[in-house]
Design a protein around this ligand. Structure first.
Ligand code: HEC
Ligand code: HEC
Length: 503
């Protein structure tokens, strides 16, 4: 039996993927604890940050620091961090960075008082005269337990402790036998648990290295956290994530390209949070509510959302399919930027390098040019990005900044709806894991913008709803953001309903 496990033991996922996945899980638990533990910056720091930045903030010995990240980038005691303003620190802590997940896995959820205390603590670490600069190394066993779990258990029991379906198949065991969250080890005695790990079970190999007492303690606490998360984790609850029932029948000649450029190949660029999810849910809406066939919607997210594939998607895939009678739809969610040389507004893709915008981002001019070459009469473009000069703009994680400039009035034969007006910064994402603009776009299409008479959602109703909602939500964050609509009357998209709700 043991040989089976050995022979089929799956390859361990890369350490960084493991860490990112695990942190999304361990963070909510840690975040709640930090919130209940008052304004003690040190405690919050040890719980939320030391696992990666190290107990002393020097970035050398955090057990969960992502693999492949230069420790100097994790050093919070250097001049680079000293020069960050409070606002920059606050944004970083609330929203994370490329390899740094936001506390709780969701941006903007940490209590403001905790954030303030963390800022004070990071400042204290930076001041070599402060006692915080040499804290005790004992930062609890949880981080070590998490690291132990990732290295020795997650490949079979899953990052969430609920068991890997793939491994269950390979080992020919019932998937539920791999679920550690239903019968968590705290129901056994410590001795019993230790024995289990040293002897293994029928199909679980004995561990080659047993945890030391502190790791064992941390391992048990970590599995407890996973168990309490599993029992409390809400399944995706946001109603806008489920398209409404719609009367629009799918048409053979309707085609859409949907891009979510949430990630960047460059570690220094913060993710456009929610952008990939925006795109996935938008695709669902197109297929289930807006009359597009599944095979006629091309989705590019994650590392597939490169500049070349975006150009190929519009200039090749879309162009080759659409004819005069077709309806085409282009959607983008992600960062935008303004090319400082040409002044052009650009969409930033996975492989965009802010140092070489004109070569590596997709200018609106180019996009509109590609769309112009498509013979269809009915074209719609929806852009959840804003445009602002220079790479500094995107350095402000979470704000999805970028303003709209000379291309605010699009020279294109399409209906265009954008997240922001000229020279505005977008207010970023909402906690529901969508961009603010897309969130209200979806909720409008979900029914909030429907005509009470016949349930139809036309673009003028949709725009009126999105504009009012986004303006209001942005104002609450002290930001002016007005979505724009450019709707040439000869575009059928300006008149026909985008969704007709089924009653
Ligand atoms: C998953 C590990 C991880 C955790 C946990 C984590 N960070 Fe980070 N942090 C990183 C990484 C990696 C970087 C650098 C690369 C990047 O931006 O993703 C970073 C960068 C930073 C920076 C920017 C440093 C600079 O030079 O600009 C600050 C400030 C920071 N973290 C503060 C915190 C604070 C405060 C916490 C706790 C609330 C925290 N981090 C939790 C991984 C983490
Ligand atoms: C190679 C895959 C594999 C790895 C790695 C693994 N397990 Fe298991 N584990 C199993 C399987 C399979 C079972 C189900 C029992 C059986 O069929 O033998 C199991 C069962 C368990 C059980 C319940 C046993 C019982 O008798 O109730 C616990 C607790 C457990 N594992 C904890 C761990 C911990 C902690 C780690 C990491 C230190 C770990 N496992 C690593 C495959 C694995």
């Amino acid at each position: 039996m043991r040989t089976i496990a050995r022979a089929t033991e799956p390859a361990r996922p890369s350490a960084s993927a493991a860490v990112i996945a695990a942190l999304a899980l361990v963070f909510p638990a840690l975040a709640c604890r930090a919130q209940t533990s008052g304004a003690d910056g040190q405690e919050a720091f040890q719980l939320l940050c030391s696992a990666c930045h190290g107990p002393d903030g020097k970035g050398r010995d955090g057990p969960l620091r992502p693999a492949g990240v230069d420790p100097s980038l994790l050093d919070l005691t250097n001049a680079r961090v000293r020069d960050l303003s409070d606002t920059q620190l606050r944004i970083r802590i609330q929203y994370g960075g490329d390899k740094m997940p936001p506390p709780g896995g969701r941006p903007g959820t940490l209590d403001a008082g905790v954030v303030d205390s963390l800022i004070r603590y990071v400042r204290a670490l930076n001041d070599s005269n402060s006692p915080a600069a040499s804290p005790s190394r004992d930062y609890g066993s949880l981080g070590q337990g998490a690291a132990f779990y990732l290295n020795h258990c997650a490949q079979c029991h899953g990052f969430d402790g609920r068991g890997s379906a793939h491994v269950a198949r390979a080992l020919n065991v019932d998937p539920s036998s791999l679920d550690l969250t239903t019968a968590p080890p705290q129901t056994r005695s410590l001795e019993d648990f230790r024995r289990l790990l040293s002897r293994g079970t029928g199909k679980m190999l004995p561990l080659s290295r047993l945890p030391d007492p502190q790791e064992l303690d941390g391992l048990i606490r970590y599995i407890q956290e996973l168990a309490s998360l599993a029992s409390s984790a809400p399944e995706s609850t946001d109603p806008v994530d489920t398209p409404p029932r719609s009367l629009l029948a799918a048409q053979d000649d309707a085609f859409a390209v949907v891009i979510g450029a949430g990630k960047s190949s460059l570690p220094e660029i913060p993710p456009a949070r929610g952008a990939d999810n925006d795109a996935r849910v938008m695709r669902d809406y197109l297929i289930k509510a807006m009359g597009y066939r599944e095979r006629n919607v091309l989705l590019l997210v994650d590392d597939k959302a490169t500049r070349a594939s975006a150009i190929k998607a519009v200039g090749g895939w879309l162009k080759n399919r659409a004819d005069k009678k077709s309806r085409v739809f282009f959607y983008f969610s992600g960062h935008g930027s303004r090319d400082p040389v040409s002044g052009n507004d650009m969409l930033d893709l996975y492989d965009t390098d802010p140092g070489y915008l004109s070569q590596t981002a997709l200018s609106l001019q180019r996009l509109f040019g590609l769309l112009r070459d498509i013979p269809a009469q009915d074209k719609s473009v929806v852009l959840d990005a804003c445009f602002l000069a220079g790479p500094r703009a995107i350095a402000m994680a979470g704000l999805r900044p970028l303003k709209s400039g000379n291309s605010a009035r699009p020279p294109v034969d399409a209906l265009v709806m954008t997240a922001t007006g000229p020279n505005q910064v977008g207010a970023g994402e909402v906690s529901s894991n969508h961009g603010l603009f897309t969130y209200y776009l979806l909720s409008g299409l979900h029914g909030a913008a429907a005509s009470p008479k016949d349930g139809s959602i036309t673009v003028d109703r949709l725009y009126a709803y999105v504009k009012a909602s986004v303006e209001k939500a942005a104002r609450r964050r002290n930001i002016e953001q007005t979505p724009l609509l450019y709707a040439p009357p000869d575009q059928p998209a300006a008149h026909r309903p985008w969704v007709i709700l089924a009653r």
